[in-house]
Design a protein. Structure first.
Lengths: 91, 231
């Protein structure tokens, strides 16, 4: 290993990619919510208004997990607490 | 590329440093804009007419639409809360859209701003719960049995954090994506891609997230104020 700093940076970028990857499951969950809402609207077109509002709220709830992943990825990339902690040993 | 919040100046009060960041300045500018608009509306509508015309029509449409939303999601007895949440909605919508102006970072892309608004929601939840349900509300923390108390408290604490992170993550993600396109994309791409991204992230997602923040807060307050037997 030539440069330990580069190693820590590489690990940070890989962990950011893994953190963002949980958007995969979030998308599947949101697709299921939208699917169920569409089925409800198709069965009962006059209930479109309340169903749309409930769908948007449920979508926001399901989105929380993906947003957490995004925030963790941003923390790992920009402020990077781990890198700051080990900086004095590395350089 | 630097995504830090710019610091414009420091005020020293004794040992305490108060940082005047870009978010504070932009947020106050938006608040000033809203206050000026409110004063204009107040002056123009000094005497309300029974049959509305022109400008009064416009104002009444907005207020009635929002009041309907409050009554539908929080219940009719909480209609007085609508004034505060309409202010929050207008502020959040304008601050999410302020990314449209060049070199301005939306104040909601700085975590303390959404966290402050979410903490006010947190206070409102418990105020409404205790005011409308009294002991029944405090007892609901010990349900189904008293061992669940820490779990219920954790659930309550996670509400404002989740609420603020949802708004913050959406706005910050959009801002970073747009500034990456501005900084890294070749000149040909920059001619037509940024307007589309601005339209989606600032106008569409910004309005949607402001709406979701308001409706979720209203729902939380409404759920806390309703007896489990009523519904």
């Amino acid at each position: 290993m030539q440069n330990p700093l580069a190693f820590v940076m590489a690990i940070a970028y890989i962990s950011a990619a893994i953190a963002v990857f949980n958007g995969f499951l979030t998308t599947i969950g949101q697709a299921r919510i939208a699917c169920a809402a569409l089925e409800g609207i198709a069965r009962q077109p006059e209930a479109r208004g309340p169903l749309t509002t409930s769908m948007i709220i449920s979508l926001a709830f399901a989105e929380t997990g993906g947003i957490y992943g995004l925030v963790i990825a941003l923390i790992v990339l920009f402020p990077n607490p781990i890198l700051n902690q080990f900086y004095m040993y590395l350089v | 590329m630097n995504f830090d919040v710019r610091n414009l100046g420091v005020i020293n009060i004794g040992p305490i440093e108060i940082w005047i960041t870009e978010s504070i300045v932009v947020a106050w500018a938006i608040m000033a804009l809203l206050i000026v608009f409110a004063i204009i509306v107040r002056v123009k509508l000094r005497n309300f007419k029974d049959i509305p015309t022109g400008f009064q029509n416009f104002v009444e449409i907005i207020v009635e639409a929002f009041e309907g939303l409050v009554i539908r999601s929080a219940g009719p007895k909480l209609a007085w809360i609508g004034g505060w949440f309409f202010t929050v909605f207008a502020f959040l919508m304008l601050s999410n859209m302020s990314g449209l102006i060049l070199f301005i970072r939306p104040p909601t892309a700085d975590w303390p701003v959404p966290l402050g608004l979410a903490l006010i929601t947190f206070l409102l939840i418990h105020f409404a719960g205790i005011r409308y349900r009294g002991w029944d509300y405090i007892k609901s923390f010990f349900e189904p049995i008293f061992i669940f108390f820490p779990v219920n408290v954790l659930g309550e604490i996670s509400k404002p954090i989740a609420l603020s992170f949802r708004l913050f993550g959406n706005v910050l993600g959009g801002m970073i994506l747009v500034s990456l396109v501005y900084g890294l994309a070749p000149m040909v791409v920059q001619l037509f891609l940024p307007p589309v991204l601005h339209l989606y992230f600032d106008v569409f997602a910004g309005t949607l997230q402001a709406f979701i923040f308001t409706v979720l807060s209203l729902t939380f307050v409404g759920v806390a104020a309703t007896h489990s037997s009523e519904t």
